[in-house]
Structure formats: C-alpha cells, structure tokens
Design a protein around this ligand. Structure first.
Ligand code: AP5
Ligand code: MG
Length: 188
C-alpha cells in the first residue's frame, strides 16, 4: 500500500497515521516531523525551513521534494509507505507521481480527513497549551496554516479524485472511531 493521508492542519493525520502504519506494516513518513528533526539537528535544511514553519507558511517545494524523494527511495519503503503532510501542493503531487512512475510503483490509496475549522483551531490551541513545543501551535499561526491549506493544499483532493484514488473520511469523533472509518475506507 502506497498511501497518502490528506487533511487540514490539526485534522488528526499524525494521530491516525501512527495507527495505520502499524496496522498495514508500512513506514509512517511525516514531512512536518522530518522538517522538525532537521530544525532540531541544526542542519542547513532545518535552518531554511524554520522561518516558513514558524509563521505557518509552506516550506518551498524544492526543499521538501528533495527531502521526501530521498526518504521514499530508502529500502524500507519498497513494500509501501504512508505519507502524512506530503504532498501539499499540486507541484509536489505531480513531482511525486513522476518519481513513483519511474519506479513503477504509483500511489495506490488517498484518504482525506474532513474536520470543521472550529474543531481544528480548538485541537491545535489545546495542544499548544499543553506544551507541544511546536512554535506553530498558536491560534494565530493555526489560522494562517488553515488559510494556506485552503489556498494550496485543498486542490489536491480534486487532483486525486480525478485519478479515482480519493476516499473522503469523516474526521470527527474519537480516535478509534476515525481509525475504524479509515480502515474501512482503505480496505473497500
Ligand atoms: P505538519 O507537521 O504536517 O503539520 P500540519 O499538518 O499542519 O498539522 P498537525 O501536524 O498539527 O496536524 P495533524 O493533522 O497531524 O493532526 P494531529 O494528529 O497532530 O506541518 C508543519 C509545517 O511544516 C507546515 O506548516 C509547513 O510549514 C511545513 N511542512 C510540512 N510538510 C510540508 C510540505 N509537504 N510542503 C511544505 N511545507 C511543509 O492532531 C492534532 C491535535 O488534535 C493533537 O493534539 C491530537 O492529539 C488531537 N486529536 C487528534 N485526533 C483527535 C480526535 N479524534 N479528537 C480530539 N483530539 C484529537
Ligand atoms: Mg501532523
């Protein structure tokens, strides 16, 4: 299974991805986590990404594509993977498709988590208050991340729908309820 998990910031991608990756026995690859690791390590990539992440903007495509391309080509991805937070722009989606096409291993499933904005802001605010350490977990930056999502990432739902891959999943409820819906949608 080569799965892309879509959904707005705070929709529960990371939470659900950990469980799905275990269930389907594939690596969970979060572009946001990888970027935060680069920042923590003080690498040049981390240094360049920081200003964009701190203000809730997307990190430039070329940086993210390079990082994710390298990750996906590692041997643990040969039997599949779960991408969380990538692709996030049409250009990223197209370049990902081109890369996978070369290896004759295209994306097989796309799930899109649907959660209303007020719930998202509340989840992110709570996480920020409980000390997530993420500089973008404030109400202000969350609003910006949502705006960026609608402008740049939401069009990907259509991109994957047109390819017959999209499965829309209601992201409201308990973590277990949502996991059940995702598994059902992915196994259908
Ligand atoms: P990234 O790390 O990808 O963050 P995000 O997708 O914007 O949002 P989150 O990780 O906060 O949300 P999530 O959907 O994973 O939900 P989670 O499970 O955590 O990106 C961060 C930044 O990196 C971007 O802004 C950008 O700058 C950069 N970046 C990353 N990828 C990029 C790319 N491809 N291109 C360019 N730039 C990129 O849940 C959220 C909270 O809700 C948690 O506290 C959780 O415990 C809680 N929660 C989860 N499920 C439930 C539930 N069912 N009920 C109640 N609470 C719940
Ligand atoms: Mg996440």
């Amino acid at each position: 299974m080569r799965l892309v998990l879509l959904g707005p910031p705070g929709s529960g991608k990371g939470t659900q991805a950990v469980m799905l990756a275990r269930r389907f026995n594939i690596p969970h690859i979060s572009s946001g986590e990888l970027l935060r690791q680069e920042m923590a390590a003080g690498s040049p990539l981390g240094g360049r990404a920081k200003e964009f992440m701190d203000r809730g903007d997307l990190v430039p495509d070329e940086l993210v594509i390079e990082m994710m391309g390298q990750r996906i080509l590692r041997p643990d991805c040969s039997a599949g993977f779960l991408l969380d937070g990538f692709p996030r722009t049409l250009e990223q989606a197209q370049l990902l498709d081109a890369l996978l096409e070369k290896h004759r291993a295209p994306i097989s499933h796309v799930a899109d988590l649907d959660v209303p904005e007020e719930v998202i802001i509340e989840r992110i605010r709570k996480r920020g208050e409980s000390g997530s350490g993420r500089s973008d977990d404030t109400v202000e930056v969350a609003a910006k991340r949502l705006q960026v999502y609608w402008a740049q990432t939401a069009p990907l739902s259509r991109y994957y729908r047109e390819r017959g891959l999209l499965r829309q999943v209601n992201g409201l409820g308990t973590v277990e309820e949502i996991q059940g819906r995702l598994v059902q949608a992915l196994e259908a």
